[in-house]
Design a protein around this ligand. Structure first.
Ligand code: ADP
Ligand code: ADP
Length: 231
């Protein structure tokens, strides 16, 4: 359980390009925050800095009480879901979900119990023996969601997780993500969600609040209702 706070965060890429220009934002514990904006506005760069996949040039990122600037991804209490699923092709769904937990040295029993629980929530129990190559995109993304879930992270990070799915799977997987957030809350495991998309429907249906970015700056942060109401 943790707030995520960005304090004057800047990103200058090695080629000198300033992609993120001083972002200040607090995402409350348990909140579902969506970053939207056109391609190139720095959604992904910002998310990757929170994840620890991209260095922070200036400013600080706090997750809970911890300043995470110099922490590797595995020590940040985060789990990330990617556009391309990022599953290991030679491992079964079960092994993909278990992999990170084995590295954390959890007991076989605890690993099995977490995977069982996540698989039931996401309705993927029948897929656990399959390899990613034997699954549809929607099924793969549910496995990736399961892999994030079993880590019981304080913060879930999503980088355009629905963009590779066709229209029908996009809706059903979106519903799974919304349910995941809802279920975790109901179980008292308040996870903070940070979700990047260029799709306004996803932003409106998933976000408690939406942060609109343009050219590496925040243009507006508000609830979907306030943001998209017409005068
Ligand atoms: P978005 O996710 O909103 O599409 P990105 O965060 O991927 O935007 O990129 C933000 C800006 O930073 C873009 O102008 C992009 O071209 C630039 N950019 C991204 N990665 C690099 C890099 N490694 N080196 C230089 N510029 C980059
Ligand atoms: P996305 O918009 O989905 O984040 P991109 O296609 O923009 O993905 O970027 C893919 C990869 O290329 C990323 O690792 C990003 O950092 C890098 N990249 C993007 N733009 C640039 C750029 N202008 N110069 C160098 N690398 C870049």
């Amino acid at each position: 359980m943790a707030d995520v706070e960005l304090r004057n965060v800047e990103k200058i890429y090695p080629n000198g390009f300033k992609a993120v220009k001083g972002i200040n934002l607090t995402i409350q514990e348990g909140e579902f925050m969506v970053f939207v904006g056109p391609s190139g506005c720095a959604k992904s760069t910002t998310l990757r800095m929170i994840a620890g996949l991209e260095e922070i040039t200036h400013g600080d990122i706090m997750i809970g009480a911890k300043r995470v600037n110099d922490l590797p991804p595995k020590d940040r209490g985060i789990a990330m879901v990617f556009q391309n699923y990022a599953l290991y092709p030679h491992m079964s769904a079960y092994e993909n979900m278990a992999f990170g937990l084995k590295q954390q040295k959890l007991s076989t029993h605890e690993i099995a119990s977490r995977i069982k629980e996540a698989a039931e929530t996401l309705e993927i129990t029948h897929l656990l023996k399959n390899k990613p190559g034997e699954m549809s995109g929607g099924q793969r993304q549910r496995i990736a969601l399961g892999r994030a879930m079993v880590r019981k992270p304080d913060v879930f990070l999503f980088d355009e997780p629905l963009s590779n799915l066709d229209a029908k799977l996009r809706v059903s997987t979106r519903v799974s993500i919304a349910q995941l957030h809802h279920n975790l809350k109901a179980e008292g495991q308040t996870a903070t969600m940070i979700y990047v998309t260029h799709d306004q429907v996803e932003a409106m249906t998933l976000g408690d609040r939406i942060c609109v970015l343009d050219h590496g700056q925040i243009v507006q942060v508000d609830t979907p209702m306030n943001l998209y109401q017409y005068p």
